[in-house]
Ligand binder design. Structure first.
Ligand code: CP
Length: 294
């Protein structure tokens, strides 16, 4: 799976059904010995560890791959690295890479590849866990008002999630610094100021400033007051509205530190759901490629 958009609405909903079943305790094991590897060329805590746990829960054998000690450092290309793993016996690869659409370089690869985040492009497994969290909370997506706020322009999370939410019938709004918002190229220009947005939405998804992708900076306090979720703004949210964030969180920047674990926050639920969503993605990808589960 390279992007969420390659899945139909029905495929997304079926994957969410599987993820919710796994969350309720359903177990499945792969038939026979199947080797998988997680290739993370960009830093990760949540995505890498939760793929690792999801794979082990499904009975897959996880072959360690460390970019710091691999032959990538001798100039080997991504294609040759994945082709090598495929030749040696790895049967599925999960890849995170700083290059947008890195998967286009892997046309000659036969094993399934799951995109764990490509540059500022897409982050489909994050989208699946975000959708799972919203569905757990509200049951359906139709007419939900969902705000994505922050570093929209550089966020692969925003790209993936907005496409999927609109496909599922939710209304998507964006907010944050205007210089990080390309009018006309993102969500039909539906920019809304944070103070107008907060009382209206069912979900506020806050985004981290992607310091690794650009040099623009704000002072912490200025950013929080102008664009972030302060305690005063949280008080104006609808009674059942929830707070989400893909994390890592910059506490005190996009969200007041005290709100990270407040009753409305689903930030750590998202992380827990990441294991189940990734189990569902792995199951569906492997089944599509002829592997069997018992
Ligand atoms: N949300 C997310 O992708 O976190 P990591 O970078 O820690 O994987």
């Amino acid at each position: 799976m390279n992007t969420i958009s390659e899945l139909s609405k029905e495929q997304i909903l079926r994957t969410l059904d599987d993820a919710l079943e796994f969350a309720k305790g359903k177990t499945m094991k792969i038939a026979g010995q199947v080797f998988v590897s997680n290739l993370f060329f960009e830093d990760s805590t949540r995505t890498k560890i939760s793929f690792d746990i999801a794979e082990r829960k499904l009975g897959l054998e996880v072959i360690p791959f460390d970019t710091a000690t691999s032959s990538v450092n001798k100039g080997e290309t991504l294609y040759d690295t994945v082709k090598t793993l495929e030749s040696i016996g790895v049967q599925l690869a999960v890849i995170r890479h700083s290059k947008n659409e890195f998967y286009r370089d892997l046309k000659g690869i036969s094993i399934p590849v799951i995109n764990a985040g490509d540059g500022t492009g897409n982050h489909p497994s994050q989208t699946m866990l975000d959708l799972m969290t919203i569905r757990q909370e509200f049951g359906d997506f139709k007419n939900l008002k969902i705000a994505i706020a922050g570093d929209i322009k550089h966020s692969r999370v925003a790209n993936s999630l907005s496409d999927a939410l609109r496909m599922l019938g939710a209304k998507v709004y964006v907010s944050g610094p205007r210089e990080w918002f390309d009018v006309g190229s993102f969500m039909n220009g539906s920019y809304v100021d944070m103070d107008d947005l907060i009382p209206e939405v069912d979900v506020i998804m806050l985004l981290r400033i992607q310091h690794e992708r650009h040099a623009q900076s704000f002072s912490t306090e200025e950013y929080l007051q102008r664009y972030g979720l302060t305690k005063a703004r949280e008080q104006k949210m609808k009674p059942n509205a929830i707070i989400m964030h893909p994390a890592p969180v910059n506490r005190g920047v996009e969200i007041d530190s005290d709100l990270v674990e407040c009753p409305r926050s689903r930030i750590f639920t998202q992380m827990e759901n990441g294991v189940y969503a990734r189990m569902a993605i792995l199951k569906n990808t492997l089944e599509k490629n002829g592997f069997k589960f018992s």
